[in-house]
Design a protein around this ligand. Structure first.
Ligand SMILES: [Zn+2]
Length: 215
């Protein structure tokens, strides 16, 4: 899991989701009440499996020479409350954060959004870093949606997945649709997709699409 989490940070850079050190990936260690997360303030090209940090589900440091990411409490809260989640990602990616700055959900106006998010990408409350309020906002907002991504108001994106790679994919796709819908908005009002079609697209993509492999 240290290797997986360290390696996946390169994807945040590759897809242009992060500036400086402002973004992080974590992954739950299967069968343990532990997760691996980025060390705080270490640049992406210096991340190695060895300098990843292991924390318990209260966000306490268990193993590692560095302090864990300043977003660790939010990741820990998600793992504590959503046992099916195996990976969490946080970024301030530009277009998605622009929607967050307005406190506006991204409407489901693209079939790719229906596929991946099953509807709009919702907005969670404004929350200050330092306690459980970001984690609470993430979990409460995602509970009412199929989306694996939530825009935290005035802040940025948190995504979840069955594993860290799925959470990274959701972060990449969130930024992609945030950008496209933003561009569409410049030229007029994007057309909504009927909820029944959103349901059909979501079901097909989640259950049928792609290489069939045991889950
Ligand atoms: Zn942040």
């Amino acid at each position: 899991m240290r290797t997986t989490v360290a390696t996946l940070h390169a994807e945040l850079v590759r897809y242009g989701l992060v500036a400086w050190t402002a973004g992080n990936v974590s992954g739950r260690i299967p069968g343990e009440d532990l997760f691996v997360i980025k060390p705080s303030g270490v640049s992406y090209d210096e991340l190695t499996p060895e300098n990843m940090v292991v924390c318990d589900l209260d966000g306490n440091l268990v193993e590692g020479d560095h302090a864990p990411s300043s977003d660790t409490a939010a990741h820990a809260y998600v793992y504590r409350h959503l046992p099916e989640v195996g990976g969490v990602v946080h970024t301030h990616s530009t277009y998605a954060s622009a929607w967050a700055a307005r406190g506006e959900p991204i409407p489901c106006v693209l079939t790719a959004m229906a596929d991946e998010f099953g509807g709009e990408i919702p907005v969670g409350p404004f929350a200050l870093i330092g306690d459980d309020s970001i984690g609470q906002g993430i979990v409460a907002t995602l509970a009412g949606h199929r989306s694996p991504a939530v825009l935290m108001q005035n802040h940025g994106v948190f995504t979840i997945g069955k594993d860290p790679k799925a959470a990274v994919k959701a972060a990449v796709m969130c930024e992609d649709v945030a950008r496209t819908v933003h561009v569409a908005r410049q030229l007029g009002e994007p057309l909504p997709i009927k909820p029944e079609y959103v349901d059909r697209l979501y079901d097909r993509y989640q259950n049928v699409y792609g290489q069939r492999s045991p889950r």
